[in-house]
Design a protein around this ligand. Structure first.
Ligand code: FMN
Ligand code: SF4
Length: 462
């Protein structure tokens, strides 16, 4: 059963309210009250779909109980992970369930205001979302709540929660030190290490941490369904530790890339089949660039947080990049490492320098000009790239590159000893700008992006 991606896109509030659950989740939350709502979400076992799989009820309870007079809620729709398109598909299909989930989260945590963050380049999704919010406000569904749509930059770090709060405050996407529940939006508490700002209008306390909840928009989209249909219904899908459905993006060496809604626990191979398994056979699958690679012997891994952890990987945001037997995994590693190096903000020198040094050596090896010493030096940098890291990006570089070296030693060896790449077909990191009707469009400008976040002139631009 699918419930997040309706058969036909829901393009008006009337249609949404005419569905089995539209509006009923909020009504149930109001009946339960904030505490009861948080408890129910906790019992449902819902886990965050933004990548980490953190239990949502526990996060809500933590933010709600954190001291500070003003609380905020942020919906994360930045969707910057390569190979991921599910948040945009969700907004195209049914933005109303996302807004209803956000209103419920705002109510449950006692938040004063809510923000929905998407990239400015997501033109169609911004338009649908804005219309949904306006319609729901006009209908009185969120009469007392202020929801602001924030159109953010292209940078990968925009989706990192500590950087997202900076963007909402009008700054560049540089992750701050403390997590959002300790250093929330418009906080004014210098004693914990951040710059004091003028109090917000109406704020009475001098130093405020303004605990802020950040949830992925797929996480929030689940919330009204759970409240409307109940915990047992939600737990009838998926596993005990990972209940419900999940939206998977499947791209790369498949016939018909797309976004598929499946119950958690579905084997990875079965989801890849939905997109048309490559005839050359699947060699590897990367879940974004944030987790260790999944190799062919693990293709039957059930899609759950616990099963992916058990095979030494991570489900991430369930955006799967499939590579068939003809792909060069050294080149895949180089491109993924370059992506992380370019997107690193440089606030923690080992992250920016380390990912750059690793990328330089991978580039040499891929070109057939590398040596065993390059591999040794990559190992050395992998040991320090995370030193003092403020955010998880540096860990992504560490675990992703290390897993590739471990999984494909023969391919690295072939490049060191043979010179030429034995698999010279092009591969491209699927940073998606569109995915519809089985056609994935990649962001080719990313090749032109430089480590200082400027772009080289596009040689094929008109
Ligand atoms: C470099 C980086 C990029 C991220 N990008 C996104 C993103 O685009 N969307 C998202 O929901 N979470 C992203 N995250 C995870 C968020 O920081 C945060 O954990 C998530 O939004 C929490 O939502 P959840 O509890 O509902 O999963 C990113 C994390 C890192 C380290
Ligand atoms: S770990 Fe890297 S990306 Fe994250 S804040 Fe530090 S330098 Fe920036």
């Amino acid at each position: 059963m699918t419930y997040l991606l309706a058969d036909d896109p829901i393009d008006s509030l009337d249609r949404y309210l005419g569905t089995d659950t539209g509006g009923l989740g909020l009504a149930a939350a109001v009946d339960l009250g904030p505490q009861g709502t948080i408890e129910l979400i906790g019992r449902s076992g819902l886990r965050g779909r933004g990548g980490g799989g953190f239990p949502t009820g526990r996060k809500w309870a933590g933010v709600a109980s954190q001291t500070g007079t003003t609380h905020y809620v942020v919906a994360n729709g930045a969707e910057g992970e390569p190979g991921t398109f599910k948040d945009r598909e969700l907004l195209r299909h049914n933005p109303y369930q996302v807004v209803e989930g956000l209103i419920i989260a705002t109510f449950a945590t006692g938040a004063a205001e809510a923000y929905i963050c998407v990239k400015a380049s997501f033109v169609e999704e911004v338009e649908r979302l804005t219309r949904a919010i306006e319609e729901m406000q006009e209908a009185g569904i969120c009469r007392d709540c202020t929801i602001t749509v924030v159109q953010g930059p292209e940078e990968y770090l925009f989706g990192e929660e500590k950087a997202m709060l900076e963007v909402i405050e009008g700054n560049a996407p540089l992750p701050r030190l403390l997590p959002p529940y300790e250093h929330g939006l418009f906080a004014t508490a210098p004693q914990t290490g951040w710059v004091a700002k003028d109090p917000e209008p109406g704020q009475t306390g001098r130093f405020e941490s303004n605990p802020t909840l950040v949830n992925n928009i797929e996480t929030l989209a689940n919330v009204p369904h759970i409240l409307a249909r109940g915990v047992e219904w939600f737990r009838s899908m998926g596993t005990d530790d990972s209940p419900g459905n999940v939206l998977c993006t499947i791209v790369g060496d498949v016939d018909s890339p797309g976004v598929f809604e499946v119950p958690l626990g579905t084997p990875l191979r079965a989801v890849i089949d939905l997109a048309g398994t490559p005839s050359a056979g699947v060699k590897a699958v990367l879940s974004g660039v944030a987790s260790p690679v999944v190799t062919a012997e693990h293709l039957d891994v059930p899609l759950t947080y616990e099963h992916f952890q058990a095979i030494g990987s991570g489900m991430g945001a369930a955006g799967f990049m499939v590579f068939d037997d003809t792909a060069c995994m050294v080149e895949v590693t180089r491109q993924a490492s370059r992506f992380l190096w370019i997107e690193s903000c440089g606030q923690c020198p080992p992250c920016k320098t380390g990912s750059g040094e690793i990328t330089e050596r991978l580039t040499r090896i891929e070109a057939g000009a590398g040596s065993v010493r390059d591999i040794t030096e990559i190992g050395g940098w992998l040991g320090k790239v995370t030193d003092g890291a403020r955010c998880y990006l540096a860990v992504e570089e560490q675990v992703m590159v290390a897993s590739m070296l471990r999984a494909f030693p023969d391919e690295f060896d072939e490049h060191l000893t043979g010179g030429r790449c034995p698999r010279p077909r092009p591969v491209e990191l699927p940073k998606l700008v569109d995915l519809r009707d089985g056609v994935a469009t990649y962001d080719r400008r990313h090749h032109l992006k430089q480590p200082d976040w400027t772009y080289l002139p596009d040689p094929v631009a008109p």
